[in-house]
Design a binder for this molecule. Sequence first.
Ligand SMILES: [Zn+2]
Length: 298
Amino acid sequence: MNGTKYFITNTCAFDSITEVLSTSCLTVIGFYKYLEERQDETLYYLCYPTTVINYANDGVSSNIIYTRRAHTLENLARNPGNSHLVVNQNNTTINCVSNAAPLFEKLMDRCYSFSVMSVCQCNPQVEVTWNSVIPLPNMSILHEKNYSNLEEEVNNYFSEGYVDCSLCKLPLKHVGYDLTDTRYICIDTESAYVNLSEEGPEIKSTLSQLPEKITVFGKEYILTGAVRVDSAEIRVQQKANQEENYEQSERGVSHYIAYTRSLNNQWTEKNDLLNKIHCAGISNKRMQLALLLYVLAE
Ligand SMILES: [Zn+2]
């Protein structure tokens, strides 16, 4: 990029998110059109469906796409407000270690999912924020219900809004959600798994347990992808890093794997450590999920 050669490491969270986003564009063309209308060049190249659409039509080569994706990461890493990505001392390595949810939030900040209006005792001003990800609304979704009550709890999340103020930490006096233009629902499930495994035995789920669609405030959203988090593969990732003579902290490095779902309910696994695509039986494989993506049905 700009004449400099960069090493970009630990890209699995980024790769998984772009896989899920770009495949969702192919699955639900309305989602692609929505992203296209935003005219956000970064996002356009990020989500440009690399797998099926013939690039020749638009004169966009996969090289250009990957270079643009690298630029996206470099911009994110150099943004002082972003502590998730780090450019090292000699400015040639970009370490992309990040949890999936904050990275998704960052990448989609111009294509947010919903807005939140809040009022607190500590501040008389009405504060409006734009968000792309919601946390898993309730632990019981995982713990006892195996995702069967996901739709109900997502609706509860948006109607009740028990949220603490980011400044004074007290419950907000009023929280209102605006989902008028919501084109997707992205749910962060990673912290819920972490909290549950601190409590007791590790809980795992299967892709087949996820509802294929959810109706939120009267609109239907289709499950198009999920990101799995796997701590067992940390060692593989670290070994790969050592081979590139790259040092990094060992804490908190997880491996992320993308799963994309077609409308006929076929799941595809995309694991950037293996460079392989597996299809058979993956929907019943037990795993920990980090992100779920539902996009507005056409
Ligand atoms: Zn407050």
